[in-house]
Design a binder for this molecule. Structure first.
Ligand code: GCU
Length: 430
């Protein structure tokens, strides 16, 4: 009897240990994402594409996202901008200029200011623009440039120590912080970037107060929605800038900022294309998937990313009246790039592919290609949904940049006479 109990205790211990090791392997990027989708559940519930194409259907769907995971899009939250400051008139050996703009969101004592840094190719006139939101400070994104640091002074070597840069880039890829702006210039793009945490701090302790203090009638209640709104504020700043073609505006974000980029694209019809790289849970991964991080773990570690009552849906995603294929469908017919790493099981590439497949018909009803690829291994940068998988883990590496640029360049060029996105309009941005 005692032996039996001991054997069971031993087996239970071994099983728990295996689970623990397996889950931290996933976290450390040591597992491989499954490429098999046929044997997995289809996203539920199926989408009613005809309904989603109507203004009421679209409004209903957006309301569901707001009421459950993300809280309200802060319609009318004031945005004001300063005047562009020249940082470097001979940026990248004279290929362009580097400039900075103060953007304030909110009103009253809780209004929050952040710095947008933009690189304009020489003689930019009506160029497409890509707006990136980052984890890293602007000092790290534009190393060696005197952009404003988080303390309000121009960046110095001390703001972006070589040791930190070495560690971060070795863990998360060469381009996790520094932006390869010359590559975007070669593609004819204006490149704009800001540090999301300067607007709403990425902190469970600080974010709720910052959100509540923004001083509008409708404040955002989740950091993801607020960061999404910050993309919109940047678009406001470019709206009348002759260097930029506002009809060719793309947004880009990695991971938590990929989640925010997806939300921004849903709520702001001015966005024509979105790059959401490794956006994971609350992004392009299915909430009901139990592979990788899971929505429950995400909500536990980063409760401030979601609306205050989202915890109950995260704990039981079957309470949600939708899954993330709905979120993807709301982006159609604008172009969508979903980046993935085979070893980034944490962000669950497999369920992201299934979500993209289930949303694809939303593009097709508009007569544009959706996700044409049959397997997770192929990639066509010109599709409506471009689903990209490379080897490796949670990072931004050279191959990703190449794929992002191929996608951005493959966009159809809309003219001012034919605005990019014909969405049933439900809410005006800003
Ligand atoms: C954590 C988190 C993810 C998130 C990622 C990131 O890993 O669990 O949900 O996407 O951070 O933002 O890099």
């Amino acid at each position: 009897m005692i032996l039996r109990i001991l054997r069971w205790a031993g087996l239970t211990f071994l099983a728990a240990l295996t689970l623990l090791v397996a889950s931290s392997c996933t976290m450390l990027g040591l597992n491989y994402a499954s490429l098999e989708t046929a044997n997995k559940a289809s996203p539920m519930p199926p989408l009613d594409f005809a309904r989603l194409q109507t203004p009421d259907g679209r409004a209903e769907a957006m309301q569901m996202l707001e009421d459950t995971l993300y809280g309200p899009w802060p319609v009318g939250l004031p945005v004001s901008t300063g005047v562009w400051r020249m940082i470097n008139p001979d940026y990248l050996d004279g290929k362009g200029t580097l400039e900075e703009l103060d953007i304030t969101i909110g009103q009253g004592p809780g209004a929050r200011l952040f710095h947008l840094v933009a690189a304009f190719p020489k003689a930019a006139a009506h160029n497409p623009v890509v707006i990136s939101q980052t984890f890293s400070s602007n000092c790290a994104t534009f190393p060696g440039e005197a952009v404003t640091s988080q303390d309000g002074d121009p960046c110095t070597a001390g703001d972006n120590g070589p040791m930190v840069t070495f560690l971060v880039t070795h863990m998360f890829g060469e381009y996790i912080s520094e932006a390869p702006v010359d590559r975007f210039f070669d593609a004819g793009l204006v490149y704009a970037s800001f540090h999301a945490g300067d607007f709403i701090p990425d902190s469970e302790a600080l974010a709720p107060k910052a959100l509540a203090g923004l001083g509008a009638e409708v404040n955002p209640t989740s950091a993801l929605m607020a960061w999404a709104y910050a993309y919109s504020a940047v678009i406001d700043a470019f709206e009348h800038d002759p260097r930029v073609d506002i009809h060719q505006t793309s947004v880009m974000g990695h991971s938590r900022h990929g989640k925010a980029a997806l939300l921004a694209t849903i709520w702001d019809p001015r966005i024509e294309a979105v790059v959401a790289h490794q956006s994971g849970f609350a992004g392009s991964a299915l909430s009901r998937s139990q592979t990788g991080e899971t929505l429950a773990r995400m909500a536990k570690s980063y409760p401030h990313w979601l609306a205050p009552d989202a915890g109950k849906y995260a704990a039981n995603p079957y309470l949600l009246p939708f899954d993330q294929h709905l979120l993807l469908a709301l982006i159609a017919p604008r172009r969508l790039f979903l980046g993935n790493g085979r070893r980034d099981v944490w962000s669950d590439p497999n369920s992201s592919f299934r979500a993209a497949k289930a949303a694809s018909a939303m593009w097709e009803v508009d007569g544009t290609p959706g996700l044409e690829q049959d397997s997770m291994r192929t990639f066509d940068s010109a599709d409506g949904i471009v689903w990209w998988l490379r080897p490796g883990g949670h990072s931004i590496v050279d191959e990703d940049i190449e794929a992002f640029i191929a996608f951005l360049k493959a966009r159809p060029t809309p003219s001012a006479a034919s605005p990019p996105a014909e969405l049933p309009t439900v809410a005006a941005p800003g």
